[in-house]
Design a protein around this ligand. Structure first.
Ligand code: PMP
Length: 396
């Protein structure tokens, strides 16, 4: 059957090859250590599951308004006011089917053919594809190790053209594991003043910040930033609810209404009983539930970075957020390890998996071929085992 040009233009995820091979090896009984996970390894907290069960029992099983039930949008508005210093009315909030859907729909609502979207590296693999699906052009800003892979105000200024319609910011960052400081974000916000650039601020990892790292919502930086920003967040990472498919977008009323119109024809509402569980998720027990997971991630991230830096030819900043280390392993490129020629991150990940049975994600699809991504959403025991193998594999 004919496949549309649109669908043909979307490649299968470049990270899938490694993941599927890891699964294949596991199925054969090989003891594979998986550093590929993009989901917390904790169960969803019980109080949230209980709320979903209660909602089901109470018959919350029918359609809701496409944008989500007003009680949930009100709870999100309260959260954004109290935790992020952001004043949004429930009408300025739409509940989407996961953060991925928020991003897709926001881009569909804002972008046109010929628009340019600034995307600093390293970027989450989905952004370039959603930009292209909205007929817009990806304008990559290559960041440097020396700035901890953060885009500088000068780089942003130089990337803006008369066609720039959007900037995608993601802090804490997947795959980089870094977080922009409030001052760094302020400096970027100032560059945007006087332009028509809309910002998607992907705050999915907001709750997972470590040490003295301070999280700040981009829209809270100034009135100008507020007016140009779509604040995107969700329940997947903070509450360990990746399978529940709950994300949300808050922003200017006209954009949120446009997203609502699209959503009313594309998907309608998020799963109804999940919306009730989301209200519960934002309630009183949230702090303790999140803090337990956050502390564990912090402990693992510190350990992983320390171990990585102890390995010859591997350089890694300590993560300040999310659950990823993104070491530069490029000093091993050009080597031949047990017959495998390592020319870049794809070869590195493939050979490491085949020879040492550890799955890492190559940096190339994130825009940084010098790096690989290791998720620490797995036990400390697995982390130790995987890093022992890395040390041994690279020392050959
Ligand atoms: N943004 C970032 C940066 C992510 O890493 C992810 C998940 N990998 C998402 C958004 C989307 O999350 P979900 O669709 O599971 O809510």
């Amino acid at each position: 059957m004919k496949i549309s040009k649109r669908a043909q233009s979307v490649p299968a995820s470049a990270t899938i090859a490694v993941t599927s091979r890891a699964q294949e090896l596991k199925a054969q009984g090989v003891d594979v250590v998986g550093f590929g996970a993009g989901a917390p390894d904790f169960d969803t907290p019980k109080y949230i599951k209980d709320a979903a069960i209660e909602a089901l029992k109470a018959g919350k099983t029918k359609y809701t308004s496409a944008a989500g039930i007003v009680e949930l949008r009100t709870a999100i508005a309260d959260k954004l006011r109290e935790e992020n210093g952001l004043e949004y009315s429930p009408e300025q909030i739409i509940v989407n089917i996961g953060g991925k859907h928020s991003i897709y729909e926001a881009m569909q609502a804002v972008l046109d053919l010929g628009d340019e979207v600034i995307l600093p590296t390293p970027y989450w693999v989905t952004y370039p594809e959603t930009i292209k699906l909205a007929d817009a052009e990806v304008k990559i800003v290559q960041t440097e190790k020396s700035t901890d892979y953060k885009m500088t105000p000068t780089q942003l200024r130089n990337a803006i053209t008369k066609n720039t319609a959007m900037l995608v910011l993601n802090s804490p960052n997947n795959p980089g594991g870094f977080t922009y400081t409030p001052d760094e974000l302020k400096a970027l916000a100032e560059v945007l003043e006087g332009t028509d650039v809309c910002v998607i601020s992907d705050e999915m990892y907001e709750k997972l910040v470590f040490g003295k790292t301070e999280f700040v919502s981009f829209a809270s930086l100034s009135e100008d930033a507020y007016n140009r920003t779509l604040t995107m967040n969700g329940f997947s990472k903070a509450f360990s609810m990746t399978g529940w498919r709950l994300g949300y977008t808050a922003g200017p009323l006209d954009v949120i209404k446009a997203m609502g119109r699209l959503q009313s024809h594309m998907t309608s509402n998020c799963v109804t009983f999940c919306q009730y569980a989301a209200i519960a998720a934002l309630g009183e027990p949230a702090h303790e539930a999140i803090e337990k997971m956050r502390q564990e991630f912090e402990r693992r991230g510190k350990y992983m970075a320390q171990r990585l830096n102890g390995i010859e030819g591997v350089e890694c900043s300590e993560p300040t957020g999310a659950f990823y280390c993104f070491p530069d392993v490029s000093s091993h490129y050009g080597r031949n390890i047990n017959g495998a020629k390592i020319t870049g991150s794809m070869d590195f990940a493939q050979a490491f998996l085949e020879q040492a049975n550890v799955a890492v994600v190559p940096g190339l699809p994130f825009g940084c071929d010098n790096n690989v991504r290791l998720s620490f959403a797995c036990s400390l025991e697995q982390i130790t085992k995987g890093l022992d193998r890395l040390e041994e594999w690279l020392s050959q």
